[in-house]
Design a protein around this ligand. Structure first.
Ligand SMILES: Cc1cc2nc3c(=O)[nH]c(=O)nc-3n(C[C@H](O)[C@H](O)[C@H](O)COP(=O)(O)O)c2cc1C
Length: 398
C-alpha cells in the first residue's frame, strides 16, 4: 500500500532538506521534465493540465527571457489548501519553484499572493531570503505580487494582466502562456499545490509517485472540506478515493448534496457519494462543500450565481449578461415570483454560456445550475408552483 500522506502531515520540510533540488540539479533540464512527465503530475489549480507537457513547451520556446508564476490567488469558494501549504510548508513550495525555474529556464519567478493572505507575506519573504542566503536561488529572483481581491485574477491570463498592472480581465487564447505569457514572454503558471509536489517527485522518483492514484490521476490531492460537517479542514487523500470516504472522515451526516471544486464545481447528490475523486470523474480545485437536508437548493444556486455575477470581469457578453440574467431569474424564484418558463430559460442560457464564454468562469458558471436541474428539478418546480399558487390566491383575494 503506498503512503498516503506525503505533503503536509508527515514531513514539514526544512531548508536543510532540499534533496529534490539537489537531485534535479544533478540532471539536465530535459531529464527533469521527463521525470515530471513520467510521474503523471497534473495541475492542482482546477484545470488538470499535464505539468511536464506544459513545462516542455516553455523550455523549448526560443526566447531567452521566460517567467514562472506560482498561482497563490486561491480565490475559489471553499478552497483553503494553498494557504495551508504556504503557512505550514513554504520551503516545499520554494524548492518546487526553484526546480521548475531550472527546468524551464526562467530567471524571474512570481508568487501571486491572494490579497486576503497578506498576513503570510512577511514569513514568505523571510523564507525566500533564507533560500537566497543558503545559495539555493543562484540566478533566480523570486518576487511576491499581491492581488487586490478579484476572483477572476486567479484565472491565469487575468492574473498575468494584473501583474502587468492592467485591468484583471481574461485574454483571448491562443496564444497560451507557455508561448506568450507575462510581458509576452513564455510563462509557466502553476498552482501552489502542483509546485509543492515537484520536490517529492524529484527526490523519490516518478515511479514512486505514479504508483499512487488512478490511471489518469496520479499522486495524492489536498481536499478542503467545509459546510455541514463535524470536522472541517484540509485532508490529503490518494487520488481516486471515494467522496464518501472523505465525508466519513470529516463527519458528514444527513447529506443532501455536495459541491466539489468550488463555486463553478459539480453538484453531487447524496445518491452518488460513491463517486471517485479524480480528474476523470470530478475534482476541480479540491473544495468539497457539504450541504445537509436542511439546505435549500434554489437558494444555494441563487447565492452561487450572485457571487459569480459579481466576480465576472465583464469582458465577454455571455458571462457578463448571462450571469446577470441568471441571477434575475433565480432571484425571482427565491422571492416567490417564479414562472414556468424559468426552468427552460435557465437551461438555454446555460447551454449558450458553456459554448460561448471567453474563459473558465463563464464557461463553468452554469455547472451548478445544470447539475441541480438534473438532480433536483423537483425543488425548482415546487418553488415555481408555490409562487404560482400564492399569486393566484392574491388575485382571488384582490
Ligand atoms: C475564474 C477562475 C479562477 C481561477 N482561480 C485559480 C486560483 O485561485 N488558483 C489556481 O491555482 N488556479 C486558478 N484557476 C486556474 C488557472 O487559470 C490555471 O489553470 C492554473 O493556475 C494552472 O496551474 P496548474 O496547472 O498547476 O493547476 C482559475 C481559473 C478560473 C477560470
Amino acid at each position: 500500500m503506498p503512503e498516503k500522506k506525503i505533503l503536509i502531515k508527515e514531513e514539514i520540510r526544512e531548508i536543510q532538506g532540499f534533496k529534490g533540488l539537489e537531485k534535479a540539479l544533478s540532471m539536465s533540464p530535459d531529464d527533469v521534465i521527463s521525470e515530471i512527465k513520467a510521474s503523471g503530475l497534473r495541475g492542482r489549480g482546477g484545470a488538470g493540465f499535464p505539468c511536464g507537457m506544459k513545462w516542455e513547451l516553455a523550455h523549448k520556446a526560443p526566447e531567452k527571457e521566460k517567467y514562472l508564476i506560482c498561482n497563490a490567488d486561491e480565490g475559489e469558494v471553499g478552497t483553503f489548501k494553498d494557504r495551508y501549504l504556504l503557512q505550514k510548508n513554504p520551503f516545499l513550495l520554494l524548492e518546487g519553484m526553484i526546480i521548475t525555474a531550472y527546468a524551464i529556464g526562467a530567471t524571474i519567478a512570481y508568487i501571486y499572493l491572494r490579497d486576503e493572505y497578506h498576513y503570510l507575506l512577511e514569513d514568505l519573504e523571510k523564507a525566500i531570503e533564507k533560500c537566497r542566503m543558503k545559495g539555493h536561488l543562484k540566478n533566480l529572483e523570486i518576487k511576491i505580487q499581491e492581488g487586490a481581491g478579484a476572483y477572476i485574477c486567479g484565472e491565469e491570463s487575468a492574473l498575468m494582466n494584473s501583474i502587468e498592472g492592467k485591468r484583471g480581465e481574461s485574454r483571448f487564447k491562443p496564444p497560451f502562456p507557455p508561448q506568450k505569457g507575462l510581458f509576452q514572454k513564455p510563462t509557466i503558471i502553476n498552482n501552489v499545490e502542483t509546485l509543492s509536489n515537484v520536490p517529492l517527485i524529484m527526490e523519490k522518483g516518478a515511479k514512486w509517485y505514479s504508483a499512487m492514484g488512478t490511471s489518469e490521476s496520479k499522486g495524492t490531492k489536498l481536499f478542503c472540506v467545509s459546510g455541514d460537517v463535524k470536522n472541517p479542514g484540509v485532508y490529503e487523500m490518494e487520488m481516486g478515493c471515494q467522496l464518501q470516504e472523505l465525508l466519513d472522515l470529516a463527519g458528514a451526516e444527513n447529506v443532501k448534496w455536495v459541491q466539489v471544486g468550488g463555486s463553478t464545481g459539480s453538484v453531487i447528490p447524496a445518491l452518488k457519494l460513491d463517486t471517485p475523486l479524480a480528474y476523470e470523474t470530478i475534482l476541480g480545485s479540491g473544495a468539497v462543500m457539504v450541504f445537509n437536508a436542511t439546505r435549500d437548493v434554489v437558494d444555494f444556486v441563487y447565492r452561487t450565481l450572485a457571487f459569480l455575477n459579481e466576480e465576472s470581469c465583464g469582458k465577454c457578453t455571455p458571462c457578463r449578461e448571462g450571469t446577470e440574467v441568471m441571477v434575475e431569474i433565480l432571484g425571482r424564484m427565491v422571492n416567490g415570483e417564479g414562472v414556468q418558463e424559468d426552468i427552460d430559460n435557465l437551461q438555454d442560457l446555460s447551454d449558450t454560456m458553456v459554448r460561448a464564454a471567453l474563459c473558465g468562469l463563464g464557461q463553468a458558471a452554469p455547472t451548478p445550475v445544470l447539475d441541480t436541474l438534473a438532480y433536483f428539478r423537483k425543488d425548482y418546480e415546487d418553488r415555481i408552483s408555490q409562487s404560482v399558487f400564492l399569486r393566484s390566491l392574491k388575485t382571488i383575494n384582490g
